[in-house]
Design a protein around this ligand. Structure first.
Ligand SMILES: Cc1cc2nc3c(=O)[nH]c(=O)nc-3n(C[C@H](O)[C@H](O)[C@H](O)COP(=O)(O)O)c2cc1C
Length: 274
């Protein structure tokens, strides 16, 4: 079986992380990924503290393998980080912004810390913060990200933060992507979209079918996001989503000035859809 330094560090069988994806990476998916030898991630972003507590307990009952509790710097609900730390999970992971003192708090709880970044300078800051693993996420990634491609970002981050293990993310969907990531110097991969389209994911079948039948060019960088949520441009790393071009996205990408004016109303629509 293919093993890397990441496997040794995290105590997993294969160098694959099932990405944390907020409400879309539930216990069922995390348990299945961990039981299969990867690192499953329970989504903690936008999850209320009490719900997260019961989810972590359930995950403990479904697997005795390592897993991560994942957060995004802008989506931590009150008390939920504390709930996660009290549970002493093997790993805490974070995306979308700097971790600051979260790294030390995770280490005090006995957890390893994984930070996701999109640029070399973000990776250097993460290294200075003392993280254990860095996910270099290229612009191909589903969900929030930035602009540098996986192919160019990964080797740069590997060089910048050596010997900290780097995990590649963005546009990786099968063994060929994993092999390519290893050649670029990564110690493993963090996959999101591919796991959304798995049986164990709890998203609607319609969404899974849309993922499976989409062509690459059907996904777009949703820059209008920062018109609808102006704080997104300045909070954390200032990321934008990459998503399938839905009628909502199509309409508002072409009317960004109107989107700014109607931001409040559009925020409600996005919130309801989530
Ligand atoms: C629907 C969706 C939600 C996501 N939410 C999170 C999240 O809450 N935390 C996080 O660390 N990453 C999140 N990500 C990004 C993943 O960690 C990962 O970097 C990305 O999915 C990798 O690219 P891929 O989708 O091409 O595999 C999300 C991705 C998707 C598709």
């Amino acid at each position: 079986m293919l093993r890397t330094r990441l496997c040794e560090l995290l105590g997993i069988e294969v160098p694959i992380i099932q990405a944390g994806m907020g409400p879309w990476s539930p216990v069922e998916l995390a348990a299945a990924a961990s039981n299969a030898g990867a690192l499953g991630s329970l989504g903690g972003a936008m999850i209320p503290a009490e719900h997260l507590r019961t989810q972590i307990e359930r995950l403990h009952s479904l697997t005795d393998r390592p897993f991560a509790v994942n957060f995004t710097s802008t989506g931590i609900m009150e008390g939920s980080l504390e709930v996660a730390l009290e549970a002493h999970p093997p790993v805490i992971s974070l995306a979308l912004g700097d971790a600051g003192d979260m790294v030390g708090r995770a280490h005090d709880a006995g957890s390893l810390f994984i930070q996701q970044v999109h640029t070399v300078s973000q990776a250097q800051r993460a290294a200075d913060n003392g993280v254990d693993v860095i996910i270099a996420q290229g612009t191909e990634a589903g969900g929030f990200g930035q602009w540098v491609s996986t192919m160019t970002l990964v080797p740069q981050v590997v060089d910048a933060v050596s010997p900290i293990p780097v995990v590649a993310a963005g546009g990786i969907g099968d063994g060929r992507g994993l092999a390519a990531a290893l050649v670029l110097g990564a110690q493993g991969v963090n996959m999101g979209t591919r796991f959304l389209a798995s049986l164990e994911a709890t998203i609607a079948d319609e969404w899974k079918q849309a993922l499976i039948s989409a062509q690459s060019e059907d996904a777009v960088k949703v820059e209008v996001w920062q018109d609808i949520f102006p704080e997104a441009a300045t909070e954390g790393f200032g990321t934008v989503p990459r998503a399938l071009r839905t009628p909502f996205i199509q309409e508002w990408q072409d009317k960004r000035e109107d989107a700014k004016r109607e931001a409040e109303h559009l925020q409600e629509q996005v919130g309801a859809a989530v």
